[in-house]
Each structure stands twice: as C-alpha cells, then as structure tokens.
Design a protein around this ligand. Structure first.
Ligand code: GAR
Length: 203
C-alpha cells in the first residue's frame, strides 16, 4: 500500500480519479494528504467528502523564496508520502520541494508533450490547429513540463469548436490515464533511464 500526496489548485477532478481508483481497489494506496495553494479549490470539498486530510498552503502566508515549498515538504514528509501527484497544481515546483521527491513526483499535463507545455495547453493546441492532442503524465524535473514521459493518451480534437471543448474532450482521458498510472505505481515501479521510462511490475 503506497502513501500518496496530492497537490492541486482547482476543481480536483484528477484528484477525484485517484480517490475513485482507490475505492475500486485498482490502486493499492491511500491518499494521506491533499495540499492546495488556493482556499477556494474545489478539491477541498472532495477531500472533506472522503475523509482525506487537507492542508491549505497559500503563498501570502509563506513569505520569502522557497518558504512555501519548505512548508509543503514538511507536510508530505510528516505523512511519509511515497508518491506526490500534481493534479492541476498551477505552480512551478521549486528546488526545495523537487529535491526531496525527485523520481517520486508526477504531473498530468493536458497535451501531448513536448507540444504545448506551460499554461492553457488546450488553448495552445486549439489555436495551433492540431487535429490530435491528448494528455501526458510525466516525472517532474527542474523545467516546465520537461520531465521524462511515463504515459500519454492521444485524443482527436479536429472537430472541436473552441478551446473549452478541447479541454472537455481531453479531461476524461486524463482521469483514465491518471488512475491507471497511480495503480501501476502502487503495484510496481517505474525506472527512468535517461529520457526513457519503463515499468517493472511488482506482481
Ligand atoms: C487538468 O486539465 C490538468 O491537466 C491541468 O489542469 C486541469 C486541472 O483539472 N493541469 C495543467 O494545466 C498543469 N500545467 P482538475 O483540477 O479538475 O484535475
């Protein structure tokens, strides 16, 4: 059973997909902490509804460089987290935090990296006019959405009318990809060799 820490900033539907995977016994794990940087985050209600401990860590309460990350490290280490999932966490993770969880921190991005990194990936994809986009789960490194790719799911978006429709189209695939990946983490391990990631099942 792995101990999972989730960082989120918004509605928390990817966070919910992990909760659902645990309930369905696909994921052999427990979410021991939700950390949000925004007291309005919908993810908080999902934590409350499922008895998951949550922590609000706002930038304004953590003055100084690295202070916010240090507070988050304190929480995650205190809970003995094995895997940190960035599920719609809209902040750059600093060295203070990344250094403590390198190789144990994953992020979901709503595009097929290395295309459309950074903010508003779905809008970037729509405006570029690509016909296929999707989602990527990757290990977090020092760059913005540059870490080794663990899994990707392609989604046809060629008939989408706007960026909102692209987001709606991709989102359910994010949930499936996230749920499957965290399940895999709970039952085996991912080995990073350069940019390549391979899976070794523990079964
Ligand atoms: C998701 O689409 C996720 O891929 C994206 O934010 C949304 C969060 O939704 N993340 C990023 O853009 C990270 N750069 P959720 O709060 O419902 O999971």
């Amino acid at each position: 059973m792995i101990k999972i820490g989730v960082l989120a900033s918004g509605r928390g539907s990817n966070f919910q997909s992990i909760i659902d995977g645990i309930k369905a016994k696909e994921i052999d794990g427990q979410i021991v902490a939700l950390v949000v940087d925004n007291p309005e985050a919908g993810a908080i209600e999902r934590a409350q509804a499922n008895g998951i401990p949550y922590f609000i860590v706002e930038k304004k309460d953590c003055p100084g460089k690295g202070a916010m990350d240090r507070r988050i490290v304190e929480i995650l280490k205190g809970k003995k987290v094995d895997l940190v999932v960035l599920a719609g966490y809209m902040r750059i993770v600093g060295r203070e935090l990344l250094g403590k969880f390198k190789g144990k921190m994953i992020n979901i991005h709503p595009a097929l990296l290395p295309s459309f990194p950074g903010l508003e990936a779905q809008k970037q994809a729509f405006e570029y006019g690509v016909k296929v986009s999707g989602c990527t789960v990757h290990f977090v490194d020092e760059g913005t959405d540059t870490g080794p790719v663990i899994e990707q799911t392609a989604v046809y978006i060629g008939d989408c009318k706007d960026a909102h429709e692209v987001s709606e189209r991709i989102l359910p695939y994010e949930h499936k990809t996230m749920r499957k990946l965290v399940a895999n983490f709970s039952k085996g391990r991912y080995i990073v060799e350069g940019r390549k990631v391979r899976y070794e099942s523990g079964l």
